[in-house]
Design a binder for this molecule. Structure first.
Ligand code: 13P
Length: 312
């Protein structure tokens, strides 16, 4: 493994490549990345890098977002099969039809979507900026929010909006078991429950803090003396534990698991070996239809501009 890590570092240097990794990646991939972050931060890094090659260690839509922002760069992903159940829950043709049926609505799409869905979107959001971006529109603005019904319901609840929701969800966040979290809370009465807003509302009701991966991490770093139950993909525990070595982080279990934690099988497709191979072969490479990319870039840029104004 040490040899593999050295070989990746060497190739990265030779090719002047930037390795980006989401918090849901395996620890060893996070450790070798130039930058580890949430979906917003990954898009921000892609938008500002001068490196000719970006390796996106995450899932397909993250690579696609980077490619749309940087059409002249080579965007590689370690495993092209690393998809996203949430993006899959929103087929572009059906979403475009839904949008066409509501011509008086502004379309806000979560970043976990294909470029083709972003192409019929007015502004993209991530879980870090969804609330602020929704609130940047007048109270009576008619809004379609897709595809995550859980995030959409949560934003509706905290902003008092009544956005029209697409009926999609993330298979990992849907899986958290209320009974098992209640049981964990009984065993650890002092533990703070952290939850990602892609979780169902019954899970969010049990949470003390609801936020994006970056927000949950920030909270834990600011309060390292506490004990935590963490209801999001368990890859985030790596960075939490690294930043807060004395703190106990307990992954919230899904309904049907023996391992006790909740992993995204798509995120786990990426391995160090595949990262090495993709740097060496400069493949698999993300391609986006230029016409789709020309439309998709606008709502992503709009998100980045609003986030910059809000200092997010
Ligand atoms: P954030 O990266 O915004 O926390 O969202 C997590 C996620 O769903 C990534 O697919």
């Amino acid at each position: 493994m040490d040899n593999l890590i050295e070989a990746i570092k060497q190739l990265k240097k030779e090719k002047n490549a930037l390795i980006l990794a989401h918090y849901y990646q395996q620890g060893e991939i996070q450790d070798i990345a130039d930058f580890v972050g949430d979906s917003l931060a990954l898009a921000q890094w892609a938008a500002k890098t001068e490196a000719p090659i970006i390796v996106m260690c995450g899932v397909h839509f993250m690579g696609e977002t980077a490619k749309v922002l940087c059409p002249d760069k080579k965007v590689l992903v370690p495993d092209m099969a690393a998809g996203c159940s949430l993006a899959d829950s929103c087929p572009a043709e059906e979403f475009a039809k839904f949008v066409a049926e509501h011509p008086d609505h502004t379309v806000i799409s979560y970043v976990n979507t294909t470029a083709a869905v972003k192409a019929v979107t007015d502004v993209v959001v991530t879980s870090t900026n969804a609330r602020q971006i929704v609130e940047s529109f007048p109270k009576d603005e008619k809004i379609i929010f897709g595809p995550d019904r859980n995030l959409g319901s949560y934003i509706n609840a905290i902003t008092g909006r009544n956005m029209l929701l697409w009926n999609g969800a993330c298979h990992v966040h849907e899986q958290f078991s209320v009974e098992k979290i209640v049981e964990l809370k009984r065993e650890h009465p002092q533990a703070v429950v952290l939850a990602h807003p892609e979780c169902k509302s019954v899970v969010l009701k049990l949470a003390d803090v609801v936020g994006s991966t970056a927000a949950l991490l920030k909270y834990a770093v600011a309060h390292p003396e506490k004990e935590y139950i963490v209801a999001t993909e368990s890859g985030i525990l790596h960075e939490m534990q690294k930043k807060c070595p004395q703190t106990t982080f307990i992954p919230a279990p899904p309904n049907d698991s023996t391992c006790g934690c909740n992993e995204c099988n798509f995120m786990r497709l990426n391995t160090l070996q595949k990262l090495y191979d993709c740097l060496k072969n400069e493949a698999p490479e993300i391609h986006v239809d230029p016409e789709v990319a020309a439309k998709a870039v606008k709502p992503i840029q709009r998100m980045l501009e609003i986030s910059a104004q809000l200092k997010l």
